[in-house]
Design a protein around this ligand. Structure first.
Ligand code: 2YC
Length: 275
């Protein structure tokens, strides 16, 4: 799992309005509508009366300056009454409950979760990001049913993506630098959805053949201009961006990439949607 840096996220709060307009231009949907689609609900069925507390955790490699504030700014942008607790760790959890927050969000080095302590619903950032970007890609391409999609990276985000893309009817191939990971992802998708995932073993060939690419890897700059055509669409939740500087202008209008927004939006809609 890639650990964010302050410089990856410090711009987010100030540019949420612009980012939302960018999403509408690319997908026809706002951040909230994408999250609602990913959470299999509708905007009007999401309960915004829930109060959201984001709790800084000092364990492991410790606090990322700006992380909890950025998460709270995203849920605030979506209309939820949100705050960052003054206390960290257990004290922060206690403060959140004392201040009447129904939704607790917190991240250590391994897991970033949203918990609805009223309904018991829980959402994991890796899986939610995978599903959120699959929903956005479905909207951006005009529908993925029977379309070939190449997933790069068989980690938590890639797996969340594969399960969501299978449900959307896509024909999925997967490439991972560790073939064992690809096999495990394919096995899990077959068990849960009955869909067969093709395993790609040659990255360059896979990138040249596939027009719809889902980059869930932490590898920078491995997608080059020669891989991009006017029909190429890329969903890139992976940090840092896999598309290199020369390829970026060729696909910018058909590329989805953000360090937190779509994942956090999907998490909060997951745990606040009404039954
Ligand atoms: O500031 C804090 O509370 C830190 N404990 C937060 C650590 C987050 C570590 N995880 C990540 O940087 C990324 C996030 C996008 C979520 C998953 N990995």
């Amino acid at each position: 799992m890639t650990r964010l840096k302050t410089e990856d996220i410090c711009h987010i709060k100030a540019s949420l309005e612009k980012y939302n307009r960018d999403l509408i231009a690319k997908t026809g949907a706002t951040l909230g509508q994408i999250a609602a689609y990913a959470a299999e609900t509708r905007e009007e069925k999401v309960c915004r009366n829930f109060k959201v507390a984001v709790i800084p955790l000092t364990c492991g490699r410790g606090i990322i300056e700006g992380f909890t504030q950025t998460v709270a700014s995203i849920t605030g942008f979506l209309g939820f009454n949100s705050f960052v607790t003054k206390n960290t760790d257990a004290g922060g959890v206690a403060e959140a409950v004392e201040k009447g927050a129904e939704i607790l969000m917190m991240a250590d080095d391994d897991k970033f979760v949203a918990i609805n302590r009223v309904t018991g619903r829980v959402s994991d950032n890796g899986e939610a990001t995978g599903r959120g970007y699959a929903a956005a890609l479905d909207l951006m391409t005009g529908g993925l049913r029977n379309r070939n999609v190449l997933i790069l990276g068989a980690g938590p985000v890639g797996k969340g993506a594969a399960l969501a893309l299978a449900r959307l009817g896509a024909k999925i191939s997967v490439y991972d630098v560790e073939p064992g990971c690809s096999n495990r992802l394919a096995e899990e998708v077959r068990e849960k959805t009955g869909i067969t995932v093709r395993i790609e073993e040659k990255l360059d060939r896979a990138l040249l053949v596939n027009k719809i690419i889902y980059d869930a890897t932490p590898t920078p700059s491995f997608i080059h201009k020669k891989h991009i055509t006017p029909d190429t669409f890329i969903a890139a939740p992976g940090i840092p961006l896999g598309v290199d500087g020369e390829a970026l202008p060729e696909v910018a209008g058909r590329l989805l990439h953000d360090p937190l927004e779509i994942g956090v939006a999907t998490m909060i809609y997951d745990v606040c949607r009404q039954a």
